[in-house]
Ligand binder design. Structure first.
Ligand code: PLP
Length: 409
C-alpha cells in the first residue's frame, strides 16, 4: 500500500492564491460583462526589458545552430550569469562574493521552499506573521509543526509584525534554529534598516542559527541607506542565506530565473555538534534534483545586469512604484491607514473589518481583486494587500471604482 505523507493533511485547504482564483472565477461566471481588475497576486504585467529580450532572441538563435547549440548546462548556473550577479548586485554594495556562491535557479519560490530540506526534522523554525505562505507550508509538509489550531500551526514560532512594531518583528523570546525574514516585505511592504537587521544577525551568531533572507523585492528600495543585502551586515555571511529573483525585478515571473546566495562561510551542524559547510549541502541537493535554468533564459538574465538592462529595470520598477503611490494616496484619502508602497510594490491596508469580507466587497462592488491579509497569517486579519503590478490605466480605473464603491471619497 502506498501511504501518504500525512503532514499534508495538516495543511490548510489550498494555497491562498488558488482560493482567491476560485472566488474570482465564480464571480466572473455570474457577471460575464464585468471587467475585473486584478491587484491581488503579485504578478507583473509589463513586457521584459528590451536588453533581456534581445539577449533571449540571440540565445535562441544559438540553439538553432549545431555549432552553437548547448545541451545540459552546469547544474548551478553558467559562470557568465554568476559573475554578472556578483558584480552587478553585490560589489556595488561593498559585498564580496565568489561566483560559485551564487546558485542560479528557476525561482525564489522553489528555493525558499526547498531549502528547509537541508535541516533536521526537529529544527525550531521562526516565521514572520503575516508571511509569504511558502515558508510555512513547506515546513508543515516536512513535519516540523503539529496541527493547525486557532489560525496557527503549533510548533512554529511566529514573529508578529504589526502596527505596534512598525511591521518589524521583535527577536524571538525562545531559542530558534531557523529564521525566515523578508525585506522589502511581502505582504506588508515594510522595509528594515541596517540597525534593525543587525540584531538578527547577532542573534543567529549567538545561537548558531540560520537566517533565510528573502530579498525578492530588493529592486524597489529607493533609499540608498537601507540594506539591499543581509551581507551588508558584519558577520552575516556565516549565518545567512539570501534569496533573490528576477521575477519582480525584471518581469521574469513567466520566464523564470532566480538565484540563491550560500556563502562558503555559512555553517550547519550535525547532531554531534560538528560544523559542515551549508554550501556543500545545497550544492549536493541542487546537483541531485535540479538541472538549472535554460540557456536562453540565463542569457536574458545576464542582460538584466548590463548597463542598459539596469536602466530599463529601474524604469520598470519606478513605473510600478508610481502605481503604488497612487494606491496608497487613494486609500489614505478614503480614510484607511496604509503602509508599504515606498520601497515595495505592495500596499498594506487596514480594513477595519474581516479581511475576506473586505475582499468580497471590493470584488462585488468594484470588480477589483485584492489579497485578504488573513491568508498571510493571523496578524494579517483586518488587512488587505493591494499590488501595484498592473497598468497605470487599470490602477487608476480600479481606484476610481474602489472610491465610488466605498463611498467615502
Ligand atoms: N519570495 C517572495 C517574498 C515572493 O513574494 C515571491 C513571489 O511572489 C517569491 C519569493 C517567488 O519568486 P519567484 O517568482 O522567483 O519564484
Amino acid at each position: 500500500m502506498i501511504t501518504m505523507n500525512e503532514h499534508y493533511l495538516k495543511l490548510q485547504a489550498s494555497y491562498l492564491f488558488s482560493d482567491i482564483a476560485k472566488r474570482v472565477n465564480a464571480y466572473q461566471a455570474d457577471h460575464p460583462d464585468q471587467t475585473i481588475i486584478r491587484l491581488g497576486i503579485g504578478d507583473v504585467t509589463r513586457a521584459l526589458p528590451e536588453a533581456c529580450i534581445s539577449a533571449f532572441h540571440r540565445a535562441v538563435d544559438e540553439m538553432a545552430d549545431d555549432a552553437t547549440f548547448r545541451g545540459y548546462g552546469p547544474e548551478l548556473g553558467y559562470d557568465f550569469l554568476q559573475e554578472a550577479i556578483v558584480s552587478g548586485d553585490f560589489q556595488p554594495r561593498g559585498v564580496t562574493l565568489r561566483p560559485d556562491e551564487v546558485f542560479v535557479s528557476d525561482g525564489a519560490k522553489c528555493d525558499s521552499g526547498n531549502f528547509q530540506e537541508l535541516f533536521a526534522p526537529d529544527t525550531r523554525v521562526a516565521v514572520p506573521d503575516p508571511v509569504y505562505p511558502v515558508y510555512v507550508d513547506t515546513n508543515v509538509m516536512a513535519g516540523r509543526t503539529a496541527a493547525w489550531r486557532d489560525g496557527r500551526y503549533e510548533g512554529l514560532v511566529y514573529l508578529e509584525s504589526t502596527a505596534d512594531n512598525q511591521y518589524i518583528p521583535a527577536l524571538p523570546q525562545e531559542a530558534v534554529d531557523l529564521i525566515y525574514l523578508c525585506f522589502p516585505n511581502n505582504p506588508t511592504g515594510s522595509m528594515i534598516t541596517a540597525d534593525q537587521l543587525r540584531p538578527w544577525v547577532d542573534y543567529a551568531r549567538e545561537h548558531n542559527a540560520l537566517i533565510l533572507y528573502d530579498a525578492a523585492y530588493v529592486e524597489f528600495i529607493r533609499d540608498n541607506s537601507l540594506p539591499q543585502s543581509i551581507y551588508e551586515i558584519d558577520g552575516a555571511k556565516e549565518v545567512a542565506v539570501e534569496f533573490r529573483s528576477l521575477s519582480k525585478t525584471a518581469g521574469f515571473t513567466g520566464t523564470r530565473c532566480a538565484y540563491t546566495i550560500v556563502p562558503r562561510e555559512c555553517q550547519v551542524y550535525d547532531s554531534q555538534g560538528n560544523a559542515h559547510a551549508l554550501h556543500d549541502l545545497w550544492d549536493r541537493r541542487q546537483s541531485t534534483k535540479f538541472n538549472s535554468v535554460s540557456y536562453p533564459v540565463q542569457r536574458a538574465a545576464e542582460a538584466a545586469f548590463s548597463p542598459e538592462g539596469r536602466k530599463q529595470i529601474r524604469e520598470l520598477s519606478t513605473y510600478y512604484l508610481g502605481n503604488a503611490a497612487l494606491i496608497r494616496a487613494a486609500m489614505t484619502s478614503l480614510g484607511y491607514a496604509c503602509v508599504g508602497g515606498e520601497h515595495s510594490p505592495y500596499v498594506w491596508i487596514k480594513t477595519n473589518t474581516d479581511s475576506w469580507e473586505f475582499f468580497d466587497r471590493l470584488l462585488q462592488k468594484a470588480g477589483v481583486v485584492c489579497t485578504p491579509g488573513a491568508g498571510f497569517g493571523k496578524c494579517g486579519e483586518g488587512y488587505v494587500r493591494l499590488s501595484a503590478f498592473n497598468s497605470r490605466e487599470n490602477v487608476e480605473t480600479a481606484l476610481q471604482r474602489v472610491s465610488d464603491a466605498l463611498g467615502r471619497a
